[in-house]
Design a protein around this ligand. Sequence first.
Ligand code: PMP
Length: 456
Amino acid sequence: MSTDTHKLDLTKSKKYYKKIWDVLPGGSHYNFGGSELAFVVPFAKGKGTNVWDLDGNKHLDLFCKFGALIVGHNNQEYNEILIQNMQKLTSVDTFDLEQELCEKLVKYIPSAEKIRFSLSGTEAVQNALRLARGFTGKPKFLRFHGHYHGNADNVIGGRYSGDLNRPEPEVFKGDLLDTKGRFPNTLQDQSFMIPWNDEKALEYVLEQRAHEIAAVLMEPVCINGGGILPRDGYLEKAKELCEKHHVLLIFDEIITGVRFGLGGVQKTLGVTPHISTFGKAFAGGAIPVSAIVGRSDIMNFYSTGKVIHAGTFNGYPLGIAAVKATYQLIEQDPDCYDRMAGYMKQIASLFIKAAHAVDMPLVVQGMPNGMVFHSQDHLVERSEGYSGEVKYCDIIIREISKRYGIQFSPLSRIYSNMMMNQDDVSLFEERIFEAMENARKIIDITFPDGVDQWNN
Ligand code: PMP
């Protein structure tokens, strides 16, 4: 690190990252991180909220592996439980922890009367959709602009067409749907897409199309679409409309489950869907486990073999132990959500202060333990309602912050972990002002005529 700046010397890390492209396409394991322009910092070790890169620099990890890492890096108690479990049993079909864990989940999660485990969020959502089709006997589902539900052909990409009479998702330039290798029209054939948080739109489309819709699929708090909360009464209305039309309401709680509460955000918001999916932080963040949970009469379609569900590693002992460990750690530390939220609120206000110091607008929204920032002066209320320029500025902020040792998650997210402490806030304060000064310079070069939304 040089003496007059917090900009990190990343020589070795950059060299490694460049070399890895030879064998790892795009220098990353997914297409949301690396690119010719973006730099994915390789890390060698972590503790709590901190991770150290290959040059030995300390970073603040507010990325938390897309929100999965809730227990923090190298959490001794979590590690110990996993190690003990590995020493006890490696791989079997069913074992002596499952009943206890399932009973616990049933106790916490309002929509869970029965549970099936899987590995990724994508997989859990696909199985939830299949279950809904099996249960209702109808083929399609309805989803919402800006909500993300995994990387399968039938859920990735698309935007609202702007016409409720033609609610098939529309492709646009630069969209995830505008990529090769997808089976033609899978998304359009299987789903409809409308704006979220709009009761009238939902009512209208269900009136017209419910005869072919098995499920309404949504993020109950829309983190992927910008950190947007449901309007008062919207979730209740969605459930009422679903029940009226024999459609199942699916809450995709892959981000919100556990991160916002052990019972999912459904418990906090007081609306119980028919099926929900859990993943990411569900097993603490180091071990992949997802789950499909739901009402008994729906889940019994598995018991009777009417709906197929499979997977070699479903319910694997290490995964089950990791979910159990995560619930145990949080149960022992019930104030952890408020404590994390306290640090996150300080981080949000420092971030806004740093942006204002260089004359840039910035808002932070969502929930304290899963926040989303936008470089504009008002909250994003509709995911279709903020501009490409603002999104680009947010990417610049994230990229520049990395060079100062602050790791935000893609799509401008900020995530907490249970090991967070006041030192993390201090590190953020020490670095964010310089990072924002630099980001401002890059934004000015990128948009010499100014950012449209900042001038209105
Ligand atoms: N649903 C939501 C709401 C998500 O945010 C994600 C991942 N970002 C998924 C599903 C897919 O999960 P995974 O990446 O584990 O397949």
